[in-house]
Design a protein around this ligand. Structure first.
Ligand SMILES: [Zn+2]
Length: 437
């Protein structure tokens, strides 16, 4: 078996691993690198794209699927294997990624058509024959809806490999907890938060309630940069709890009542993904299904508004607070959040609430770093913007397992893996996790 990392070996974005076994060339993920992260250009890969037999996708985040169009453009015609939910999310997620590339409409729809033709959704926890005696199975990774870890196994010689993909924390809204993996000889493990511990889920709803109460008291706006897939729906879920669950209504009375602040989802992609996620309720976790059965849609509440057109977005920019605005991109490197930050960061009544990982070199990371600086400026979209708004980081929102979660997941395996290779993490995180493991 030969394993070559084509991206995200020592960074968090750009996941792409080549597994060569039994004469098969298998790619696991084909993601886009973000910020200062770097992945190997396709021209420098050890083999041409038409020679790749299979592409497995662990989940539909852009840093795991963003280069699939490029792969197809370069002649890949193998099968794309993933879960049913990820297959449903592929096209809308890629449509957005494609729009950043210099392809005309015709080529874009041709490539999306090929992806749809080549991709197959599979059930969790079943073994399937791939080819040449290699079998695979997909386990729930608990990261976002549809996310999976992948286990390959072969008989002669007997050997097994697990790719963790991105592993989620337990008790993530909507998403079932990670499955316990079957034992393996070789584990390729993500390490995003390998040196960190998150706040627990309860604390994070409370923190969200506290930050919103505090931030909205002076009539300002709260900007929440969020990934369209996963984080947006988690936020909606927990805001729905804050606004609809009598227990939380009691804790945060200022967030309730007639004066309830409007929440705008200013993200066409986030809206589309939320609609698709709503249609995938059989894949939700038990808690979300229970809320739905009780007649409360867990991703919707009275004062939640969809901002679809550019015209509506421009009107929202001029609107006064108090209000909450959720917009992409999650690391502030593009999308509608950029307009909101350029207009709103200089107002001390406003607040920015970070709920996701901010890669090195992204404006999001810079805002967090410079907010502690007396000379608070950030470069966004070529403009130098003073940071007068409050800046908050809610670490408990990460869709990734923290150090304890990663170690527990490995410990839950019935037998220790012979070897573990850490990927998908910055060097400090990998060092921390390595020592702990
Ligand atoms: Zn992910």
């Amino acid at each position: 078996m030969i394993l070559t990392h084509l991206g995200a070996e020592k960074t968090v974005t750009g996941s792409c691993h080549l597994l060569q076994v039994k004469g098969l060339n298998i790619l696991v993920d084909c993601g886009l690198a973000q910020g200062a992260d770097h992945c190997l250009p396709i021209e420098e890969w050890p083999l041409p794209c038409p020679e790749i037999d299979f592409l497995f996708l662990t989940h539909a985040h852009i840093d795991h699927i963003g280069r699939v169009p490029e792969l197809i453009r370069n002649g890949f015609r193998g099968e794309i294997i993933t879960t049913h939910a990820t297959k449903a999310l592929l096209s809308p997620m890629l449509q957005n990624a494609l729009s950043f590339q210099d392809m005309d409409k015709g080529e874009r729809s041709k490539i999306l058509g090929s992806i749809d033709e080549l991709s197959w959704g599979f059930e969790y926890q079943q073994k399937f024959d791939l080819k040449n005696g290699v079998r695979f199975s997909l386990g729930r990774a608990g990261h976002i809806l549809g996310s999976c870890f992948i286990r390959f196994e072969l008989d002669s010689p007997s050997y097994s490999v697990v790719f963790s993909g991105d592993l989620g924390a337990r008790n993530t809204p909507l998403v079932p907890d990670p499955d316990i993996p079957d034992p393996c000889d070789f584990l390729v493990l993500e390490s995003t938060y390998g040196n960190r511990r998150h706040e627990d889920r309860k604390d994070r709803i409370r923190k969200l309630g506290e930050v919103l109460t505090h931030a909205l008291a002076d009539g300002g706006k709260v900007f929440i940069p969020a990934f369209s897939l996963g984080r947006v729906q988690e936020l909606l879920f927990e805001m729905d709890r804050l606004f609809s669950d009598p227990k939380w209504q009691e804790v945060f009375p200022d967030l309730q009542g007639k004066s309830t602040v409007p929440v705008f989802l200013d993200s066409p992609l986030g809206l589309r993904i939320t609609e698709i996620m709503s249609s995938l309720s059989p894949y939700w976790d038990k808690e979300a299904q229970r809320i739905l059965r009780k007649g409360d849609h867990p991703l919707d509440f009275d004062h939640l508004y969809a901002v679809r057109s550019h015209h509506e977005h421009m009107k929202l920019l001029e609107m006064d607070g108090p209000t909450v605005i959720i917009a992409g991109s999650g690391m502030c490197s593009g999308g509608r959040i950029v307009d909101h930050l350029k207009a709103g960061l200089k107002d001390p009544r406003n607040d920015v609430l970070f709920v996701g990982y901010q890669a090195e070199g992204t404006p999001g990371r810079d805002i967090i770093r410079y907010a502690e600086n007396p000379n608070r400026f950030v470069q966004i979209d070529g403009e130098s913007v003073p940071i007068k708004a409050g800046v908050h980081v809610l670490s408990g929102y990460s869709a990734h397992a923290d150090q304890d979660g990663l170690v527990e997941w490995v410990q839950s395996m019935p037998k220790k893996p012979e070897q573990i290779k850490l990927v998908h993490g910055e060097p400090a995180a990998q060092k921390g996790l390595n020592e702990c493991l």
